[in-house]
Design a protein around this ligand. Structure first.
Ligand code: GUN
Length: 306
C-alpha cells in the first residue's frame, strides 16, 4: 500500500530545495525574488492559503508582501493596486487569490496583471502560450502534477489520460499539459454521459471536480494512476466512518481537530484498484505552493535577465 502512495509532500520538498538553491544563486546578483499576494475580503480558507504562501517564501529566502483589501473594494481600487505592482521593479510575481468577491469582474482583474509577473498562469497571454505548447507561466496545480508524474517516472506518452473537471485553474491546463506530452486526453465534465465508462479508459485519471468522494471503484481501471485534486473538509463523524471505515488514526485526528480533509476520490475503495494514487492531504496540495515558488523564481530570472 505504501508503495502505491504518490507522496506529494516528498516531491514538494524536492522542488522547494531546488528553488532555495536557485534563490541562493541569485543573491550575489542582488536579486531576491519577490511574490506579492492580493487578498480581497476575509474568507478564512483564502487567508490560510495566502499565509502559507508567505511563510514558504520566507523559508526559501524569497521576499513576499501580502495586500489585504476590504471585501467591498471597488474594481478600480483593485486594478489600481495591480497597476502599482506591475510597475514596481522589485515585484516578480503577482497572485490574486481567487475567488474574488461578487461584484468584481475577475477576468478584468486577471487581464490587468503583467503576463511576465503572472505566476498563477491565469492571464490569457499565458493561457494562449500554454495552448500552443510555447514556454509560459503555467498554472501551479497542473504544473505540480506533471512534475510529480515525471519525478515518479510515470509514463505519459501514448497513454490514455482522463481529466474530470474543466476549470481554468486545473482541468483545462492539465489537459493541455498532458496533450503536449503526447497522452491521448479526454476532458470530462458535469454533462459527460456515462462518466464511469469514460474514466475507466484512463491510464492516468485526474479528478478535479470539487465533489466529495465522487470517483469510486466503478470509475477506475485496474492499474490506473489516480490523481486527486479535490479538497473537502469532513465535519461529521458519520462521513468519516463511511469513507474511512475502521481507520482509527483518521478517527483520532477527527476527534482532536473536529474535522479531516479528503478528496474527490473515494480513497479507501479506489486505492486497491489503482497502481499509484495521491492521498488527501499530502498529495497534490503541497505541490501547488512549491510550483508557485518555482514560477516566481522563473519569472524573476526571465524579467531581470538573471
Ligand atoms: N484559488 C484556488 N486555487 C487557486 C490558485 O491556484 N491560485 C489563486 N490565485 N487562487 C486560487
Amino acid at each position: 500500500m505504501e508503495d502505491k502512495i504518490l507522496d506529494g509532500k516528498k516531491v514538494a520538498a524536492q522542488i522547494r530545495a531546488e528553488v532555495a538553491e536557485q534563490v541562493a544563486e541569485l543573491a550575489p546578483q542582488g536579486v531576491v525574488p519577490r511574490l506579492d499576494a492580493v487578498l480581497v475580503g476575509d474568507d478564512p480558507a483564502s487567508r490560510v492559503y495566502v499565509g502559507s504562501k508567505a511563510r514558504t517564501c520566507a523559508k526559501l529566502g524569497m521576499a513576499s508582501e501580502t495586500h489585504v483589501l476590504p471585501g467591498d473594494t471597488p474594481q478600480a481600487g483593485l486594478e489600481a493596486l495591480i497597476d502599482r505592482l506591475n510597475a514596481d521593479p522589485e515585484v516578480d510575481g503577482i497572485l490574486v487569490q481567487l475567488p474574488l468577491p461578487g461584484g468584481i469582474d475577475t477576468h478584468a482583474v486577471l487581464d490587468r496583471i503583467d503576463p511576465a509577473k503572472d505566476v498563477d498562469g491565469f492571464h490569457p497571454v499565458n493561457t494562449g502560450l500554454l495552448q500552443q505548447g510555447r514556454p509560459a507561466l503555467v498554472p501551479c496545480t497542473p504544473a505540480g502534477i506533471l512534475e510529480m508524474l515525471d519525478r515518479e517516472r510515470i509514463a505519459i506518452e501514448g497513454r490514455r489520460a482522463v481529466v474530470v473537471g474543466r476549470s481554468d485553474i486545473v482541468g483545462k491546463p492539465m489537459a493541455m499539459l498532458l496533450l503536449h506530452r503526447h497522452a491521448t486526453v479526454t476532458l470530462c465534465h458535469s454533462r459527460t454521459r456515462d462518466l464511469p465508462a469514460v474514466t475507466r479508459e484512463a491510464d492516468i485519471l485526474v479528478a478535479a471536480v470539487g465533489r466529495l468522494a465522487m470517483i469510486g471503484p466503478g470509475h477506475v481501471k485496474e492499474g490506473a494512476v489516480v490523481i486527486d485534486v479535490g479538497i473537502h473538509r469532513l465535519t461529521e463523524l458519520s462521513e468519516v466512518e463511511r469513507l474511512f471505515p475502521g481507520d482509527a488514526a483518521r478517527r483520532e485526528r477527527f476527534e482532536s481537530k473536529g474535522s479531516v480533509l479528503t478528496g474527490d476520490v473515494d480513497f479507501v475503495r479506489v486505492a486497491p484498484i489503482a497502481s499509484r494514487i495521491t492521498p488527501v492531504p499530502g498529495g497534490v496540495g503541497p505541490l501547488t505552493i512549491a510550483m508557485l515558488m518555482a514560477n516566481t523564481v522563473r519569472a524573476a530570472r526571465a524579467r531581470r535577465g538573471a
